[in-house]
Design a protein around this ligand. Structure first.
Ligand code: ATP
Ligand code: ZN
Length: 284
């Protein structure tokens, strides 16, 4: 028996989804542009689909699990379990308005036309904000809607904002933050569940590794206590004596968040020769 995973066939999530599987030790050969391929080194079958179809395929059990943006998942409202955030495909669904628009407050959206492909998420948001606006559903090129007179505002995915900018729009309000997530059919049998857990264990190890760095530094012995306090590491830091008397080498793991702040503190505490190396897998 094989676990069936649905990933995006092509587009923004394709590369990162393939990379994640690769880092989990799953070999996927996507040369022939097929709908379905058998993975190597793991009992997995990979389906390449349009991202919009992934939640339904997983809900129906055609695929057991899938990787899809939370934006698509939320919009479709399919009955699947959200298992794990992947850390990639980060973006936000935002309301944007023309640069010269006289809309200044959220309230001023009352009675206005907003073009979007995300009618479900947007109407929920507007309801919560007690705003009555007219939602125009369009499936693509939403960003041109105001310039052709179709709407006063749009609600679309943004990451850098450069698409908005080149269409004479500015971001006005964020409606929803999204990233790619691993989803699963809620009725997996015990065997498939065990396979999912095995894959999940690997995904977490890969994610943890990308969020952490291995750090090596030299420190005068009388500063070790202070420096070790800044380096909790996985259990505790490794301390090895240097050839030079009165000095030690300290090895530990450092969280990628707040990384530079911690480096500055370590330097200020007397650490020297600081080396930082990437970690490939991290199992805690
Ligand atoms: P498909 O052909 O599979 O339907 P698509 O054109 O609908 O593809 P993409 O543009 O490839 O979709 O985006 C896939 C997902 O990538 C989005 O649903 C979203 O979760 C994520 N994403 C991340 N950044 C952005 C961005 N700046 N714009 C759009 N999507 C983004
Ligand atoms: Zn799509």
């Amino acid at each position: 028996m094989k676990l069936k995973i649905a990933i995006q066939k092509s587009g923004r999530l394709h590369e990162d989804s393939m990379q994640l599987l690769k880092e989990c030790g799953v070999g996927v050969n996507n040369g022939a542009n097929k709908l379905k391929v058998e993975a190597s080194h793991f009992p997995l079958e990979v389906y390449f689909l349009r991202d919009d179809d992934i939640p339904q395929y997983v809900a129906d059990g055609v695929a057991d699990i899938g990787i899809v943006g939370e934006n698509v998942l939320n919009e479709k409202g399919s009955k699947v379990h959200c298992i794990e955030k992947t850390g990639f495909g980060k973006c936000r669904l935002s309301i944007a308005i023309p640069k010269d628009s006289n809309i200044k407050t959220l309230k001023q959206l009352n009675g206005k036309k907003i073009a979007t492909s995300y009618t479900h998420i947007l109407s929920n948001y507007l309801k919560k904000q007690k705003i009555t606006a007219e939602i125009h559903e369009i499936s693509g090129s939403v960003e041109i809607a105001p310039s052709i007179g179709l709407s006063d505002a749009i609600c679309d995915l943004v990451s850098s904002g450069s698409t908005l900018f080149s269409n004479g729009l500015k971001e006005f309000e964020t409606v929803f933050y999204s990233e790619a997530v691993l989803i699963a059919n809620p009725h997996l049998n015990a065997t498939r569940n065990a396979m999912l857990n095995k894959l999940l264990f690997r995904i977490r190890a890969v994610k943890k590794a990308t969020n952490n760095k291995y750090i090596l530094l030299n420190a005068p012995n009388h500063k070790l206590k202070e420096i070790c306090k800044l380096l909790p590491g996985m259990k505790s830091p490794t301390i090895l004596p240097l050839a030079e008397k009165g000095w030690s080498s300290v090895h530990s793991v450092l969280d990628e968040n707040d990384f530079w702040n911690n480096i500055e503190k370590l330097k200020a505490s007397g650490a020297q020769g600081i080396l930082v190396v990437p970690i490939e897998k991290m199992i805690v």
